[in-house]
Each structure stands twice: as C-alpha cells, then as structure tokens.
Design a protein around this ligand. Structure first.
Ligand code: URA
Length: 447
C-alpha cells in the first residue's frame, strides 16, 4: 500500500477502504507518512468529503491510535456530554457533578478554548492547584471515588487527533464535517462510554453557523457513536447569544458555583436542566436495554423535577467540592470566590441607548473577551484567567441610556476601549420586547 495512491483516490472523489484509512493514520503517527502527504489527504477530504462509512473507519483508526479507558470494575452507567463549543458555555462544570450526584459516571476528556469559544480545561485552570493533566488511571480512580473526572487530552487519548488537528489548523482544513466528526468522536469514544449526549451549537458564536451544517454534523456523530455501540443522542442548540452571564474562565467558574446552588441566569439553568434530563433518559434506556426516544414535555418535566432535587439538597455542589479535592485543587475556592484569579481593571459598559435588548451577539462578546485576555488566537497563546465579561442585560431585558449592560474584567487596561467597542457592536435595541429565542432547535435520537 502507498500513501500517494490513497491520496489520489480521495483527490478523484473515490471512497477509500478501512484498511487504507488505518494505513494512513498509523503511518502518519509513526512518521512513515510525512505531514505534507497527510496535509494533501486532508485537503482532498475537505473538498470531496467522505461517505459515512469512511468517516466511521477514520474515527476507529484515530481512536485505536491511543488507549481506551478500561471501565471494568466501575459500577454504573458511563455517560458523557460534549459541546461543539460556544461563548459562556459552561454547562459541563454543572452537569458533571449533577450526574455524579445521581449515581452516573462521567469520565470527561475536555479541551482548551480556541478563538472566541471557551474550553473547560481553561476554566478549571482558574481553580488554584487543580490539575487536569492526569492519567487514565487517575480517571478510573476519580470515577470510583467521586463519580466524575475531567482530564485534558494527552498522548494516551487519540494521539492521532492531536497531530491531525495541528495540521488542519495550519492548512485551513478544520472546517470539514467528516474531519470534525472523527476528531470529536475519537476522543469521546476513548472514554469507554455506554452513552453520549452531543450539544451541537448553531448560531453566530458557534463553529457551525449554518443550522443545516449543524444538523449534518449532529447526524454524522450520532451515526458514528451508535455504530460503535455507544447510545448517542444530539441536541442542536442556539448559540446566537452568550449562555448565562459570565464569559471568561474564573468568572465562569464563579457562575457555575452559584448555578450548583440553584441560582443563575434562566437560559443557563434551562439548558443545563434539559441536557441533564437527556443524560438521565439515555442512562435509563441503557439500563432498560431500550432505545432513547424523543421526550414529550411531561416526561422532560418529570426528569427535570427529579434532577432539581440534587441541586436543591446540595448533593451536586458537594460532588463539585469532592472533585476539586480529588484533582488537587483548593476546595475553599468554591466557597470564597476571592481565591479565584482577580482582575486588576474592572470597567462597566454603559448603554448609549434606551429600549429592549433585541440582540446580544455571541461572536462579538466572545471576540471582546479574547481582546481582554480570556481567550487565545493560537493554541500556544497565554491567557488571563481573570479576564472576561459579566453581562448585566440579556436579550429581552429593558435598558435605559446610561445603565450598565455589562462589566469588563482584565489585567491589561489598554484592551478595555477596544473590547467595549466590539461588545457594543453586537448589541441591537428595539422599542418592543422581542420574542424569546429557542434554546433547543432539534433533537436527533437516531439516524
Ligand atoms: N473540536 C474538536 O475536538 N475537533 C474538531 O475538529 C473541531 C472541534
């Protein structure tokens, strides 16, 4: 077998076999297939796409390049949630302790933020001492003691994805639905899961701005997951405006702590409860050996009521504390936010207009937070964990001229003016109260 023949096939729009895919992926990881050939293959995939069976084979080869977490001896349903990324999207940090409190096991492999979207690993870095560079063996231990674990991707988990992602980033081939699907699913399937809930974002602050692309990606990932024996459901959810009030790492951790105590912006709580309900439903279908079905409002409400008890009685918050302790962080930070990184410069943004907030654009808010130092444009960039934005007025809220719409936080005073301008450019005002945006656009339970 030769790499050049496989590249030529893909260039000419032909399908490649499972064996050819494995040959390329293994050869690239060993150094037998050089980056320039792999880059050429990636560009051919970018232009010609892949049949679903080819994407499944690619995912399998990427998964097999590393270890799969061995779940033997770990009781309970193993389940995870993955979001394709957004602005202020912090549901993982609320959901994981919530699921653990309910007795489910959540072995999360999470990522760092890139561009205007945040990442769970960066948010956790703001908790003093907390380590996410942990091993697969540590994950097993945390699942047994706490019930959930959050690790960064390391050389044990789908190492081929790490190499390919860097190459895609440098060759303008990130935005390919089969490549994104294989990249995400190879890491998730390495977690040794029974069930998986995908939160595929669409809107201005999402990777997939076009709802049709989001749907294609969601359907493909559901197909990959189910074909590999993991019960997978996808929700397509809106990302036109930041989720909750905080954007930025320490600020988002602080918001998660209040959410775990039952207090946060309604959109953040609602989406978290819907995601939690779906995770509980997937878990029940695994225990009952049935297929997860679309839920009606009555069933959804029944799950949400049951889940709310774990927040109300403090069980989820207790799990969060146990997790911080197990991953070497200082649990006091969850009780005393002054122990989280704090910004030297804090500035309110005053509304130049009166009316109702009609649009508060997620992309503009995300970019403004990057300018303040909360995000990175390149993977190697340093970030300011204290930087970010706290939104005072959400879409639908009335505002008067001169009232604060948001507060900026940074350690770089020179960034404030530019961030303010950018944030305001994403606001649209209307005379009348606008209609509420839908949080969940669609549910895909099987393909
Ligand atoms: N997230 C991933 O893990 N991989 C991609 O390709 C895109 C988003």
């Amino acid at each position: 077998m030769r790499a050049i023949d496989i590249i030529r096939k893909k260039r000419d729009g032909e399908a490649i076999s499972k064996e050819e895919t494995a040959f390329l992926i293994n050869g690239h990881l060993k150094g037998d297939v050089p980056d320039y050939q792999m880059a050429s293959f990636l560009m051919a995939v970018y232009h010609n796409g892949m049949a679903d069976e080819e994407t499944i084979a690619l995912t399998e080869a990427m998964l097999a390049s590393g270890r799969k977490i061995d779940m033997s001896g770990i009781q309970g349903v193993k389940i995870d949630k993955h979001s394709t990324g957004g602005v202020g999207d912090k549901t993982s940090l609320i959901l994981a302790p919530l699921m653990a409190a309910m007795g489910l096991k959540m072995p999360m492999v999470a990522g760092r933020g890139l561009g205007h979207t945040g990442g769970t690993i960066d948010k956790l870095a703001s908790i003093p001492g907390l380590r996410t560079s942990i091993s697969v063996d540590d994950v097993r231990e945390n699942l047994k003691t706490v019930g959930f674990s959050i690790m960064g991707q390391n050389s044990e988990i789908a190492p081929s994805d790490k190499r390919l992602y860097a190459l895609r980033d440098a060759t303008a081939t990130v935005e390919s639905i089969p490549l994104i699907a294989a990249s995400i699913m190879s890491k998730k399937l390495a977690e040794g899961l029974d069930g998986l809930l995908l939160d595929v974002k669409t809107g201005s602050g999402a990777f997939m701005k076009d709802p049709e692309d989001a749907k294609k990606l969601a359907r493909l990932m559901v197909k990959i997951g189910n074909s590999m024996g993991v019960k997978t459901v996808a929700l397509i959810t809106g990302m036109d405006t930041p989720l909750g009030r905080a954007v930025g790492n320490a600020l988002e951790v602080k918001e998660c702590v209040t959410a775990l105590k039952g207090r946060c912006a309604p959109d953040l709580m609602e989406l978290t409860m819907v995601l939690a309900a779906w995770m509980a439903h997937i878990s029940d279908s695994i225990s009952e050996e049935t297929e997860p079905q679309k839920m009606n409002e009555t069933l959804l409400k029944r799950y949400k009521d049951e889940i709310w008890d774990y927040i109300e009685h403090g069980d989820a918050f207790k799990k969060f504390i146990e997790f911080i302790d197990a991953q070497h962080g200082n649990p006091d930070a969850a009780f005393d936010p002054s122990l989280l990184p704090r910004a030297e410069h804090i500035m309110p943004i005053l509304s130049p207009w009166s009316g109702f907030i009609k649009r508060l654009d997620a992309y503009a808010a995300g970019q403004a937070s990057v300018i303040l130092g909360a995000g990175r444009n390149r993977m190697e960039d340093e970030i300011d964990l204290a930087a970010g934005i706290v939104i005072g007025k959400k879409p639908g809220d009335p505002v008067a001229a001169g009232e604060p719409v948001a507060t900026l936080y940074t350690n770089d005073a020179s960034s404030l003016g530019k961030a303010e301008k950018l944030f305001l450019s994403g606001i649209e005002i209307s005379d009348r109260e606008p209609a509420k945006a839908r949080l969940v656009h669609e549910v895909i339970t099987h393909v």
